[in-house]
Structure formats: structure tokens, C-alpha cells
Write a protein that binds this ligand. Structure first.
Ligand SMILES: C[S@@+](CC[C@H](N)C(=O)[O-])C[C@H]1O[C@@H](n2cnc3c(N)ncnc32)[C@H](O)[C@@H]1O
Length: 177
């Protein structure tokens, strides 16, 4: 009964989002993500569910300020350790919380390797908080009702992987025409 009570007060999307497992992005794909994102020193790069920090670390190495949002404490600690080893710790903000709770308004690039249903749950937040022109890149799972401006496929370790690039103000208005 007590559990039923807790579940009754939490939004369904948040409960389900905890089910996204940690599956790290392959190094080979991170190179493509950085190229697609066109990272500059002016960028603020968010990875929503940043795992061991490997993607934000590459963005920071390219000069961006980065934000690593991760719900698992063990992974955020690992991400900090990895950032220290890569000498980019000072360029990254580490947030041990749910991405549903984090203000995204200063992002210029957002990366998400999540699930389609979690992307769908995040979409209203992305539409509310991201500035026009913000690039959003997802791996393998689309943002429902947004239209990517670019899609590319890569074989990595024998598997076909898909990267979707969205631009806020373009991707979310095209589908409403
Ligand atoms: C598929 S992994 C991707 C990890 C990392 N972005 C990468 O590409 O290597 C998804 C990550 O999201 C985290 N996660 C799941 N739900 C979350 C939530 N609500 N808020 C923050 N992180 C979450 C998981 O713990 C996991 O590390």
C-alpha cells in the first residue's frame, strides 16, 4: 500500500526514466557526435544521463563548458574521476540528480542516449527551456514528433547505429506545419 502511495504522487515519466540502463556510447561514435555538434569554446554541452562522463569530457576537451547530469551516484563519481584524469574537471559541472529536475536554459548542445519513451517524456521540458538554435543529438532513439535536420548511420562493432541531429525552433516547428 505504501508503495502504491509513492507511485501515485510521482509523474509516470519519472518512474519509467529510472529504467534507462547505463550503456556507454562507443568512442568511435563520440567523434561523430562532436563533429555533428560543431563544438566551440562558446558552447554549453549537456549530456542528460552522462554515465561515466566520456561524452562531456570530449566536449570539454574541445573547449566547451559541459554539464554532466547523472542519477546514479557511483557513475557521477566515476565521471568526476575520469574528468580529473583528462584534465578537464574544471570545465564540467557534475549534477547527481534526475534530468527532469535540471534547468536546461543555458544549454547550446544537448546529447541524449536514452530511450524513445524517455525522450518523449523530456520533450515538453526541452521545448520549454531550450533556446532556439540549440542543437540536440540523440543516439539510436528519436524524439517523437520532432523532425531531425540530419540523420546519419554508422557501423560500429558490427552494429548499425543512428545519430539524429535536431535544431530547436526548426525540428519542433516542422512537424506542426
Ligand atoms: C544509455 S546510458 C548513456 C550514458 C552516457 N550518456 C553515454 O552516452 O555514455 C543512460 C544513462 O542515463 C542515466 N539515467 C537514467 N535515468 C536518469 C534520470 N532520470 N536522470 C539522470 N540520469 C539518468 C543512467 O544511469 C545511464 O547512465
Amino acid at each position: 500500500m505504501r508503495f502504491a502511495g509513492i507511485f501515485a504522487v510521482l509523474p509516470l515519466a519519472e518512474i519509467e526514466s529510472y529504467d534507462v540502463p547505463w550503456v556507454p556510447t562507443r568512442r568511435q561514435l563520440i567523434l561523430h557526435i562532436m563533429r555533428l555538434a560543431r563544438i566551440t569554446r562558446d558552447d554549453v554541452f549537456y549530456d542528460l544521463g552522462c554515465g561515466d562522463g566520456r561524452v562531456v569530457i570530449e566536449a570539454a576537451k574541445l573547449g566547451a563548458r559541459a554539464v554532466c547530469v547523472e542519477i546514479r551516484r557511483d557513475l557521477i563519481e566515476k565521471a568526476k574521476e575520469n574528468a580529473r584524469q583528462a584534465n578537464v574537471y574544471d570545465r564540467i559541472t557534475f549534477i547527481n540528480d534526475s534530468f527532469f529536475q535540471v534547468d536546461l536554459r543555458d544549454a547550446t548542445v544537448v546529447y541524449m542516449y536514452l530511450l524513445t519513451r524517455v525522450n518523449a517524456a523530456l520533450r515538453p521540458k526541452l521545448e520549454k527551456e531550450l533556446q532556439p538554435g540549440t542543437r540536440v543529438i540523440t543516439l539510436d532513439f528519436e524524439i517523437p514528433r520532432w523532425k531531425p535536420v540530419h540523420v546519419e548511420k554508422h557501423y560500429v562493432a558490427g552494429l548499425l547505429r543512428t545519430l539524429y541531429l535536431y535544431v530547436v525552433g526548426v525540428s519542433n516547428s516542422l512537424v506542426n506545419l
